[in-house]
Design a protein. Sequence first.
Length: 390
Amino acid sequence: MSVWRQAPRTEGMNPSIIREILKLTERPGVHSLAGGLPSPDAFPIPEIREATERVLAGAPREALQYASSEGYGPLREWIAEHRTALGHPVDPDQVLITTGSQQGLDLVGKILIDTGTRVGVETPTYLGALQAFTPFGPEYVSLPSDDDGIDPRALLKIGDAPSFAYVIPNFQNPSGWLMPDGRRADLVSVARAIGMPLVEDDPYGEIWFDRPPPASLASRWPEGVLALGSFSKVLTPGFRVGYVIAPPELFPKLLQAKQAADLHTPTFTQRIVFEVLRDGLLDHHLPAVRERYARGRDAMEAALTAHMPEGSHWHRPDGGMFFWVRLPEGFDAMHLLGRAVDFGVAFVPGEAFYAGEPDRRTLRLSFVTLPPETIAEAVALLGQVIRDDG
C-alpha cells in the first residue's frame, strides 16, 4: 500500500496526446504531420554559435550565474521596444521572461484561476493551455468560433463573465485561423464593456506569409489584456525563452509565482537570445522561414485538394504551422490514427483541442517539419486511409 497521497488537483493532469503521438512517429518510415515543432532546418545555427561564443567571451561568469527573476534586462528592453514599435506601448518593467510561453500559461493559471473560476476559450483551443489551466479547477466556457476566431457576441451569452477569456488571434493552434481587424475591434469592445480581461497568446504572429497580422488585442486595450510571447517558433524551442507582458497590477504576483517555480529562466540562453536579436537577426532570418513554411503550406493545400474525401473542410492559413481539417459526417479521427500510423503517416486527432464536447471529425496537420514532396506523399497516404475507412 502506497504511503503517498496525491493532491486532488492531480486528477486534472493528463498526458499530452501530442507527446504520446510523437512517440509513435519514432517508428521507422512514419511521416509525421503531428508535431507542432518548427523545422530544424530553419534554426539559425551559425548565428547562434557566434552569439554563444560572444556571451562566453564577454560575460562568462554573469552568464553562468544566478540572475534576477524578472529576466535579463537588455532582453526585456528589446521586447518592450519591439512591441511598442508594433503599436503596443510596453515598459520593460511589464516584461517577465519565462521558461517558454508554456510557463507563462502556468503562471496565469496560478494567479487568476480558483476552483470554479469561469474561463472562456476558443472552440477549438490550444491543448497546452488546457493542460496548464485544468489543475487549478476552472469551469471552461467554450465560445463559438469560426474561421475568423471567437464570435464576440458569444461573450454576452455566457452568463456571469469568466475571470478571463484565452485567445490566440494569430494563426491559431490548432485551427490556423487569423482573426481579422474588425473581429479584433469587436472582441475588445465587448470585453471592455462587460469587464472581461483577455489573455492573448501569440507564438505565431511573426510567421506570416503575405502580410503581417492586424494590431494585437493588447495594443487596443493595454490595461485589460495580458500578452504572452515566445522565441521558440522564430529562433529555437530548445532555449525555452518566452515572456509575459502584464498590466502593472498583475506583474508582482506573476513574479512571485515565477520565483516559486524556478527562480529564473536560464541566464545563459537569455543572453544568447539577446545577442542574436541585437544583431538584427530576425530582419533577415524570418523572411527565409516564412518562405520555407509557405512552400509547405502550398504543398499541403494541393495535396488536401487532391486526396481528401468530398465534404471535407479546411481553410488556407495565411501563416503559422497548421491546417485544421474537418472530415465528412461519420468519420472519427482518433479511430483513424492507429491505422494511419501503420500505413506510415501520423497526425493529431482534433478532440484533444476542445474544452467541451469535441468534434471527432477534426484533425490537425503540420506543414513545416517535412519537405514539400514528403508532405504530398504523407497526405496521399492519409487520404488512402480515410477512403479505405469510409
